[in-house]
Design a protein around this ligand. Structure first.
Ligand code: CP
Length: 325
């Protein structure tokens, strides 16, 4: 594993390995000795966190994942504080980061920027891995990895992810998390997807074509109440208002795409509710008390999955196995 750009390249053995690594690190960190051993894993490595689009949990979870492994971090979150304001090109900025660090984690408003950075790295004498931490409205691969980890943990005693019915609800058109998660579904047997969205924000044809190509069945509906009793998991997303050009999200009746007490009553007893967060009005805060609400655990899983990704990129997985044993 070197760059992490596009979720389509992930195959089941690697997904299983990353989930196992996340669990090993999570369990090790519960003791002082384990936490110290983790901190001794990558103390000579440095990471650049280049987040020019807003982020709370992806930034913080990568930052803390690095620190858990003893890595040091540098960051640029506001491009007005970098030499980009003096006219430095994107390529020269990325190459400069690579002069000082061992990995670049980046989030940008524009699609395709992480892929562009990775391509640049592949052509220079000292390439460093690039991790896509969210690129425009197209992909968010490490979110999809942590979502898989959350699904796997939640269904550990129920046959795993295979055979599950997974609903995805909200702004599916512009939500990069659901797009990336759809791509990973090719790795699981007999999964069925149910897209629940207003017509204007339905899942894009390119993702549906990918699902068709991989023979992953999906249905589309705008009737949440009908879909709810059939689901093993519902992945709720917010309206991505930041991509509105003329306030188009404002015309949506969000109450039809939200979870509250009424919807909880229709959901299976052992189903789970996920959300990449941040949330808007689509999940009532009272739902947080319900044992099926998995989104806060999902958020924390993100840190352990990002620890696993860094361990794998820097080929430290054998040392984790040694420490754990
Ligand atoms: N899920 C997610 O990407 O959250 P942030 O935008 O806060 O990083």
């Amino acid at each position: 594993m070197f760059h992490v750009i596009d979720p389509r390249v992930f195959e089941r053995p690697l997904l299983d390995e990353l989930c196992a690594l996340a669990t090993s690190a999570r369990l090790l960190a519960k003791t002082d000795a384990g936490a110290r051993a983790l901190r001794d894993l990558l103390p000579t490595h440095r990471a650049m966190l280049y987040f020019t689009q807003p982020s709370t949990r992806t930034f913080l979870s990568f930052n803390n994942a690095c620190h858990i492994l003893g890595m040091r971090t540098s960051e640029i979150r506001d491009p007005s504080t970098s030499s980009e304001v003096k006219g430095e090109s994107f390529e020269d900025s990325i190459r400069t980061f690579s002069s000082y660090v061992d990995v670049i984690v980046m989030r940008t408003k524009e699609s395709g920027r992480a892929a562009q950075a990775a391509k640049l790295m592949n052509g220079i004498p000292r390439p460093v891995p690039v991790i896509n931490a969210g690129s425009g409205s197209d992909q968010h691969p490490t979110q999809a990895l942590l979502d898989i980890y959350t699904l796997q943990r939640s269904f550990e005693d129920f046959g795993g992810i295979d055979g599950k019915v997974i609903g995805m609800m909200g702004d599916l058109k512009r939500g990069r998390t659901v797009r990336s998660l759809c791509y990973l579904m090719k790795n699981y047997k007999n999964v069925r997807l149910v897209f629940i969205a207003p017509e204007l924000f339905a899942m894009e044809p390119d993702v549906k074509a990918y699902l068709d190509q991989h023979k992953i069945p999906y249905t589309e509906t705008s009737r949440l109440e009908d879909a709810l009793p059939t689901l093993d998991a519902i992945y709720v997303t917010r309206m991505q208002t930041e991509w509105d050009t003329a306030g188009e999200s404002r015309n949506i009746d969000l109450s039809k795409f939200s979870i509250g007490a009424q919807q909880l009553a229709r959901l299976k007893r052992d189903a789970i509710i996920m959300h990449p967060l941040p949330r808007g009005a689509e999940i009532d805060p009272t739902v947080d008390q319900d044992p099926r609400a998995m989104y806060w655990r999902q958020e924390r899983n993100g840190m352990w999955m990002r620890v696993a990704v860094l361990i794998k990129i820097f080929a430290a997985e054998n040392r984790i196995a040694e420490i754990a044993s």
